[in-house]
Ligand binder design. Structure first.
Ligand SMILES: [Zn+2]
Ligand SMILES: [Zn+2]
Length: 503
């Protein structure tokens, strides 16, 4: 009985498509928060409209939102087949198991509609769907949320007035909307829907406003203008390549608002300088071989940037093979232990740098041998052998030995074993070095390091220094992603509606 019910649901349901093209502009759905209840407030009235009906209400003051008790829930299905549908095929537009995904066609971003065929099985949680996918050889990319429909939203205003709307609901206002009293406000629209985590709030915002919301959180809004522009182009390109990976396709939105995608806090810290950096580079993205470049970036390389295949498994990407960021490091091959030690001991120029830049450029830490024993599981760790350093000097493989031994592979794991280091570009400063790459470990292990983050792609500290030295944004960007070209003409091909033509 339940299976039949779910089946019926699938084909009656409208899978929420996230992105929209509006007036030739790309609008993205950015996941902001989940939870059982939320508050909304704005300097002006907030209009709330049901997504699947013409019903709309207008409220003012602080609103409390709650998901009413419901016996419905979100299910997770597994897509075993998807069939692309031509954009202009009207016969299937009412079929409600259609979703949109991003594709790159003839040098443009396009939204491709596809008809979904589901595996004959549904799961009450994403975790259960992932377990099943793991067991049966499906990929996590094939897991699709089938959002709860027609659950009700209870809206309570400041004077205790209560109204109900069917979800999903779209909220918008003349002024930006503040969620849960946080310092930031969101322009554009909020999409409120019901999920197994309660109410899900996403911000539907234009790509350019999204980029403005990312720049200050990623590089700080006191950065020089050319560094802000550099970050704007990098963040826009990174977003575009994330969209083409369709990494949140199954979740029903386009990007999340934390470091998994990029840190976005709406209008928080957006000022005139940030807006100028975005408008003066409007729509500009990096392409490589006529495809959006995977514009990954990090806080500080520590001298040279790293090759992508060293930081993560995967094929080498031509424009992510590591470059010299700090001219003084240019002549040093940092894959060699003695050169890495020499560079790590050298104080680099820090003129004009802010305190976070200095902290991420050069650092020292100490960790007790007991903590290392706990983190690594190696009993009485006495030696550390560096087995491989990447082009940035980051340690990619090492061996800890004592009464037992452990090989640690990957810069991120190495950072974790030593208690969460800013990067894996370091050496043991109070250990005796033998055989060129073996350090003895004292009871207190002193570590000297440079760099913050994985080291691949643009180095924010380096970009800031180049901007202070008079470089312009495209020279800064090209220095970190050699061989890329730029395009500002990649938005989806756009056919104005009759209504717009009449205007
Ligand atoms: Zn994400
Ligand atoms: Zn750097």
């Amino acid at each position: 009985m339940r299976i039949c019910l779910i089946f019926a649901l699938i084909f009656l349901l409208n899978l929420i498509s996230a992105a929209e093209i509006r007036d030739g502009r790309l609008w993205l759905s950015i996941h902001i928060t989940d939870g059982s209840s939320h508050s909304l407030s704005s300097a002006s009235a907030i209009s709330l409209s049901e997504e699947n009906s013409p019903l709309s209400i207008t409220c003012s003051g602080k609103l409390q939102l709650q998901l009413t008790n419901t016996d419905q829930q979100t299910f997770w299905g597994i897509v075993n087949r998807s069939i692309p549908i031509e954009q202009d095929t009207s016969t299937v537009t009412d079929d409600e198991s259609v979703r949109q995904k991003f594709v790159w066609q003839k040098g443009r971003l396009e939204l491709q509609k596809e008809l979904l065929m589901f595996e004959d099985r549904y799961f009450p949680t994403k975790e259960a769907a992932i377990r099943y996918a793991d067991e049966t050889g499906y990929t996590t990319q094939q897991i699709q949320a089938i959002p709860m429909q027609n659950a009700r939203l209870k809206i309570t205003d400041e004077v205790g007035g209560v109204q109900y709307l069917q979800l999903p609901v779209r909220a918008s206002g003349k002024n930006s909307i503040v969620i849960d009293g946080k310092e930031t406000g969101f322009d554009g629209e909020l999409i409120i829907s019901a999920t197994d985590n309660g109410l899900q709030l996403c911000n539907l915002v234009s790509m350019e406003d999204y980029v403005a919301g990312v720049v200050p959180n990623e590089i700080g809004n006191n950065a020089p203008m050319e560094a802000l522009k550099t970050q704007a182009v990098t963040a826009r390109t990174h977003a575009l390549s994330l969209l083409l990976m369709n990494r949140h396709l199954g979740d029903g939105y386009d990007l999340c608002c934390n470091t998994h995608c990029q840190v976005y806090k709406g209008k928080y810290l957006v000022d005139t300088a940030i807006i100028k950096s975005v408008t003066s580079t409007a729509d500009s993205v990096m392409l490589y071989n006529n495809y959006p470049a995977d514009a990954v970036y990090h806080s500080s390389c520590g001298g040279k940037t790293e090759a992508n295949q060293n930081a993560w498994n995967g094929k080498p990407i031509a424009f992510l093979q590591g470059v010299t960021c700090h001219p003084q490091a240019d002549s040093l091959d940092l894959t060699l232990e003695e050169n890495s030690i020499q560079w790590l001991n050298m104080e680099s120029e820090q003129n004009g740098m802010s305190s976070w830049e200095k902290r991420s450029e050069e650092w020292s830490r100490s960790i007790s041998r007991a903590t290392l024993e706990m983190n690594s599981g190696v009993h009485n760790p006495r030696y550390l052998r560096v087995l491989r350093r990447g082009v940035s000097g980051r340690i990619l493989r090492l061996k800890i030995s004592g009464d037992s031994e452990l090989n640690v592979e990957g810069e991120f794991r190495i950072r974790k074993v030593f208690g969460g280091l800013p990067s894996s570009f370091f050496y043991i400063s109070n250990g005796i070095l033998s055989q060129g790459n073996v350090y003895t470990l004292n009871s207190e292990i002193k570590i000297i390091g440079k760099g913050f983050g994985h080291g691949v792609g643009l180095c924010q500290v380096g970009a800031l220094q180049k901007a202070r030295n008079g470089w312009v944004w495209h020279d800064i960007v090209s220095s970190y992603y050699p061989g890329v070209s730029y395009s500002a003409d990649w938005l989806p091909s756009y056919i104005p509606t009759q209504h717009e033509e009449d205007n």
